[in-house]
Design a protein. Structure first.
Length: 349
């Protein structure tokens, strides 16, 4: 059985498409655990309608919003399936996703299956393919994938747009046994780390995985829009990301990981100035205020040290210019290149 976990919060606009894509899967041995996290719209009523029609739908009700991490953690504790699959309430999956993922797991005797996704914009769909061919990691080889969750390493810097594509919680079939073995793997609260709670989950999970298969099929459909929480300006995001990086550094120490992982994390911190910069540019305020914020960002000790060790020679020309401007604190060029990079990512990434 596959347990599909969906946290919901004010999801009335898209939850029907999401659930329809799951309940019409060609693979029928599944349960759908919807954690209704204190919505103020009609999400709960819609979920209850689905549950009344299909016994595979399980609705867990919460009076107050406690966050996506807590919702997922709750769902894991009640999941009955051998496999776990996470779907966000505004996304959907292709009709044969579960069938093909399970088949890949059985063919390769893998404990994890990874696939890519399609970014669904309002006017177009753009597949995001990580690698063009099927690939299997086994035994010690899984270390390279585990390291990738921390950040890109050496030649992986040639695709900085893939910074977190491997680390998403969706687009993967997880072994519940690996998730729940002692100590169980849980999601950290986004109110503490800001974002990338799924990356931390995957860091813990892939330290246990022994055989992983990647299928280059964009079965997951990720709705991309500017109004998402991660795209909105938050004054405390730098501080939260500091706690995120602290959590990653702690794991490197605890698991006695090598210099390659330490370098990968420093690369993540350096590449992260793009996301922080874009969000800062979307904040309210004058051009001068935005300039000052970006200048301060590039001068923060953590980001500055990471940028200084960043090896620029792996980057394509446009990325090289962007991170050169960040590395040398050329704030006007850094601001200008953010627009260029943003367009390139949305077009080609």
């Amino acid at each position: 059985m596959v347990s599909i976990i969906i946290p919901t919060y004010n999801s009335e606009q898209h939850i029907q498409q999401c659930l329809d894509s799951i309940l019409t899967q060609s693979f029928g041995d599944l349960e759908v655990i919807c954690v209704e996290d204190g919505s103020t719209d009609h999400t709960l009523e819609l979920l209850e309608e689905f549950a009344a029609k299909d016994p595979r739908v399980i609705v867990i009700k919460r009076r107050e919003n406690t966050g996506i991490s807590s919702a997922r953690n709750t769902a894991i504790t009640v999941a009955r399936g051998e496999w776990l699959l996470f779907v966000d309430s505004d996304d959907w999956i292709s009709p044969d996703t579960c069938e093909r993922a399970i088949a890949a797991a059985h063919i390769h005797q893998a404990d994890t299956v990874v696939w890519c996704y399609t970014r669904e914009f309002a006017s177009q769909s753009l597949p995001k393919v990580f690698e063009s061919s099927e690939r299997v990691w086994e035994g010690d080889e899984v270390h390279s994938l585990h390291r990738r969750m921390y950040g890109p390493y050496r030649e992986e810097l040639s695709r900085p747009d893939l910074l977190d594509t491997w680390g998403t919680i969706w687009g993967k079939l997880y072994s519940k046994r690996l998730v729940t073995e002692d100590p169980p793997i849980t999601f950290v609260d986004t109110r503490v780390v800001g974002t990338a709670e799924d990356v931390v989950f995957n860091i813990d999970y892939f330290s246990r995985a022994r055989k992983v298969v990647y299928v280059p099929k964009p079965w997951y459909h990720y709705r991309k829009y500017m109004g998402s929480y991660s795209n909105r300006h938050r004054d405390d995001l730098c501080a939260k990301w500091d706690r995120l990086y602290d959590a990653m550094e702690q794991r490197i120490t605890t698991q006695q990981l090598g210099d390659d992982v330490k370098e990968a994390l420093q690369n993540r911190i350096a590449l992260g100035v793009l996301g922080l910069g874009i969000i800062a540019m979307r904040s309210e305020g004058t051009w001068k205020e935005k300039y000052q914020n970006l200048y301060a960002l590039l001068g923060r000790n953590r980001q500055h040290l990471a940028l200084q060790q960043l090896d620029l020679h792996y980057f394509p020309p446009h990325w090289h210019i962007f991170y050169y401007s960040a590395k040398h604190r050329l704030t006007p060029l850094f601001m200008a290149m953010q627009t260029v990079i943003g367009r390139i990512i949305n077009k080609d990434g």
